[in-house]
Write a protein that binds this ligand. Structure first.
Ligand code: 5GP
Length: 177
């Protein structure tokens, strides 16, 4: 099955049932790892909204959820684009944080999130991601909970977009052309 979004064509890659099955597995692991604690899931918007919604329903210990966003703007210094974590409303000092990402590609986004979180002295920080591209990853942080590893190709669906489109697709699609 194929879909076209703007000028690009995508082919069916991962079905909803497989996605949800894999999310249930990491939900079980999180439930066991955090038994007796109350982790705070920290979803990184926009792409993680469906994953966060499905993941939290698979977590059987007490837990809480909040969302942050990375705002991009062009800085005045030499570094060009600046990405800043916004919306961290909760007090995360002393909390067990699980960062919930849609996809870890190069790992730059994750690094920015982790650097910011560490300044707020959480008790622990782990990372859960729906998708992980090991071939592209250049980061230093361990990715603790991975629902699915994928090759280095652009995908859409299940919350992930191409130019704002495709987030509503139930399955995940891979770019063809
Ligand atoms: P990173 O900083 O790890 O290189 O990239 C992470 C961000 O880039 C993700 O949160 C996502 O917004 C975007 N991204 C990376 N790969 C893909 C992809 O294959 N499809 C979509 N839709 N977004 C991607």
């Amino acid at each position: 099955m194929k879909v076209t979004l703007k000028d690009k064509t995508f082919a069916l890659y991962l079905r909803e049932e497989e996605i949800l099955g894999n999310i249930a597995e990491i939900g079980k692991r999180i439930s066991a790892d955090y038994a007796g604690r109350t982790p705070l899931l920290l979803g990184v918007l926009n792409g993680s909204f469906l994953f966060a919604a499905d993941l939290i329903r698979e977590v059987k210990c007490d837990c809480q959820i909040t969302f942050v966003k990375l705002a991009s703007y062009i800085g005045t210094g030499s570094s060009g684009e600046v990405r800043e974590l916004v919306g961290l409303a909760e007090d995360i000092r002393g909390r067990d944080i699980i960062v919930v990402e849609d996809i870890v590609d190069t790992g730059l986004t994750l690094e920015k999130v982790m650097d910011t979180l560490q300044k707020h002295s959480p008790a622990s920080v782990k990372v859960a991601t729906l998708l992980y591209k090991p071939e592209a990853y250049k980061g230093k942080h361990k990715i603790d909970y991975v629902a699915m590893e994928i090759p280095n190709a652009f995908i859409v669906g299940y919350g992930l977009d191409y130019d704002g489109l495709g987030r509503n697709l139930r399955d995940i699609y891979q770019i063809v052309s």
